[in-house]
Design a protein around this ligand. Sequence first.
Ligand SMILES: [Zn+2]
Length: 309
Amino acid sequence: MSDVAVTEQDTVLGIDIGGTKMAAALVSADGRTLTGDRILTPAGDADQVFAALGELIERVRGDARPLAVGIGSAGPLDQVHGLVSPVNIPGWRNFPLVDRVRALVGDVPVTLGVDGHCFALGEFWTGAGREADTLLGIVVSTGVGGGLVVDGKPVIGQSGNAAHIGHVVVDLDGEACACGSFGCVEAYASGPRMVTRAKRRGWRTGEDVDAAVLAADAAAGDELALATFDDGAQALAAGIVATAVTVDLTTVVIGGGVSKAGSVLFDPVQAWVKRLAQLPFVTDLTVEPAQLDNAGLLGAAHQAWSAVG
Ligand SMILES: [Zn+2]
């Protein structure tokens, strides 16, 4: 946003695409959400899913003329060609989302980023990381994703997939991971994998329960649940410290459904980080809960503002 005169009324349109919901909002240059809405992600073929998104965009945009559009989407995606194939939106496979959105909004810049990157950028812009300079954002949910901001700039990588923190190997003899490797952070710290590990220990075997129940039991003092959260926390801490010593990190922000567990997750993560982070430049590393409930959307908007000019 270099040489364009930005007025108080100017906005960009941020869009957040997930397997469960889609959100859109007009966002000001200082990160305020002016108007926004969200819908449940519909089932259906490519055009049916896009029709629902298109209606959402039109409704949120109204008479405004956003200077750019920033899209954050669940992956995988092809940033170079503007294609998305979100795992949980089966109707979209190599779907040309950038071109389709551009056809709707006219000739303005349209950016596309992975949801984990947008989460990190949103928290960096106006959330828990706004005092930070070099930040790792982690989303702990059905998987473990994330994004990196180094020296104030998002790290994208040559294919757009930097900061796959969930697939940092932290156990050399570790459990098989969905990615094909073994010993990855995600194999210990994702919600479903924690539930599986707890059941293996004998916790609520035969019951159809999820990570929220595991968190509630841990908070109530259940030893099997606490031990499982401690394993997940240790894996997360190992991934965090590996990243910290690599890029000289100061701040970690953790969000996502599993982070709602609160102290049963954050207390052991912080304790393990303290234990593992021994080099002098990482001993002050802070790990904090996310502050925003729309960090992904704001990060997408931030990328759009960066494209204005
Ligand atoms: Zn993996």
